[in-house]
Ligand binder design. Structure first.
Ligand code: NDP
Length: 444
């Protein structure tokens, strides 16, 4: 039995109730065979067995009192997966679906994503099963303060620097930061995605969505294509989706549909992104309330059906496994030429296989959505230097980072026998740097 198969068997045996983590680990490990052929010393050093085991997992109680005086209890998580190449870094997700398996898969992916950025950051992720939707600002603040009252022991500017993810935006980061500062009595860059008035970086809000478009632009160039007049479907209408939509439109694309977990809005001539942004970001409305009634935009009730629309480019920016075999087949049949993963693991392994087999350009999440964490690392640099760069400076750095990530993935895929498979390229390029650092640091 091959080394990789043996390690995968151990992972499956040890984590039987964590399907998301198993899916991510399988997808990565299955592409690493050529790395171990080239580096037999990594096998001797047990790199893979250590790579799939988190350095530390923290689970804690988060009690808080709601607006009616009732005690509520949520569960908090931080998985510090790998610090071989830098301090732990990765977002916090507040969503009812959060449990250890989701956080572990996200932290695992984060190791490779962070490595691909070329910056010195290790992989982590955290969150809670708390649902900010429908809660008052006061309740969100109480929850965030309680969450940080435990988390502060485990994070720090040179130790672990969380950021936002689903359900954690500027408001939540602000409350978390305030509580950290109050408890620790230090003013340091312990979180990224901060407001501009207290150490945030220009462009961080836009970074994941913009970065996704810069990455897809490079993919399109490889086929002498670009965004001009391309019909684009984007799932979600949160942070990633909104800024991907704005940048794609700026580059000449036509955003024909966007969604939330209830349904989607659709207009073949292009939906009005500013109305979506105002409704979602500022007024916290549902997508069905985010279009002007006197236009030809229509609302449909089932968010999954968005992938049945005919489009040139598909950008899943919402949830795990939202594009399965049927959705992939529909996209291919309708002539889609490129898929860029803005969300983490939005395409199932079967869907990815179909895209690659049918020559649909496929940008895997760990590469295509790395712009957010890359800009978070730029925020850390600015905090350490006690300076702030202009929007253009950060945007240019982000563009270069996304281009470099694309070329790293593309080159690794060719060198290791996976031409046309950027997912394999991303796994290998990301893994090589981490493995080298782990090997150099001995068995720890
Ligand atoms: P947000 O919370 O800002 O937005 C999430 C959006 O997805 C909401 O519009 C939500 O709708 C929608 N959604 C959730 N489930 C579904 C579904 N099943 N179908 C359609 N829409 C759905 O999160 P982000 O934009 O920050 O994150 C989105 C994805 O991008 C996640 O996978 C995240 O891990 C990933 N990501 C985010 C980064 C960042 O910088 N923010 C960085 C890298 C990756 P509703 O309001 O109904 O829940």
């Amino acid at each position: 039995m091959s080394y990789i198969k043996r390690v995968l068997d151990i992972v499956i045996k040890k984590n039987p109730n964590e399907p998301e983590f198993l899916q991510a680990a399988t997808e990565v490990l299955e592409t690493l065979e050529p790395v171990f052929e080239e580096h037999p010393e990594y096998q001797k050093a047990g790199i893979l067995e250590r790579f799939v085991e988190p350095e530390r997992q923290i689970i804690f109680r988060v009690p808080w009192i709601d607006d009616y005086g009732k005690v509520q209890v949520n569960r908090g998580y931080r998985v510090q997966f790998n610090s071989a190449i830098g301090p732990y870094k990765g977002g916090l997700r507040f969503h009812p679906s959060v449990y250890i398996g989701v956080i572990k898969f996200l932290a695992f992916e984060q190791i490779l994503k962070n490595s691909l950025t070329g910056l010195s950051i290790g992989g982590a992720k955290g969150g809670s099963d708390f649902d900010p939707k429908g809660k008052s600002d006061n309740e969100v603040m109480k929850f965030c303060q309680s969450f940080m009252t435990e988390l502060y022991r485990h994070v720090g500017a040179d130790l672990d620097v969380p950021a936002g993810d689903i359900g954690v935006g500027a408001r939540e980061i602000g409350y978390l930061y305030g509580q950290y500062k109050r408890i620790k009595n230090v003013y340091e860059g312990v979180l990224t995605g901060k407001g501009l008035s207290y150490g945030g970086s220009l462009m961080r809000t836009e970074a994941t969505g913009y970065g996704l478009i810069y990455f897809v632009e490079e993919m399109l160039k490889s086929k002498n294509e670009n965004f001009k007049n391309k019909k684009i479907v984007i799932s979600g209408s949160g942070n990633v989706a909104i800024y991907a939509a704005k940048k794609a439109k700026e580059m000449g694309g036509i955003i024909i549909a966007m969604s939330d977990s209830n349904g989607y809005i659709h207009n073949e001539d292009g939906i009005d992104i500013d109305t979506v942004q105002q409704g979602k970001e500022i007024e916290r409305k549902r997508i069905k309330e985010c279009y002007l009634p006197n236009t030809s935009t229509k609302y449909a009730d089932n968010c999954k059906d968005i992938w049945q629309l005919k489009c040139d480019i598909a950008l899943p920016c919402a949830a795990e496994n939202e594009i399965g075999e049927n959705e992939a087949k529909a996209l291919i049949k309708n002539g889609c030429i490129a898929v860029g993963e803005g969300a983490n693991m939005p395409c199932t392994p079967k869907a990815i296989e179909l895209f690659i087999k049918n020559n649909v350009l496929f940008g895997p999440a760990k590469a295509a959505n790395a712009g957010g964490v890359a800009t978070s690392a730029l925020e850390m640099q600015q905090n350490s230097m006690r300076t702030s760069w202009t929007f253009e400076e950060v945007d240019n750095k982000l563009k270069n980072i996304m281009k470099n990530i694309y070329y790293k993935c593309s080159q690794a895929s060719e060198k290791y026998g996976f031409k046309g498979n950027l997912l394999a390229g991303a796994n290998i390029a990301g893994f090589l740097k981490v493995a080298e650092a782990m090997y150099a640091q001995g068995v720890v």
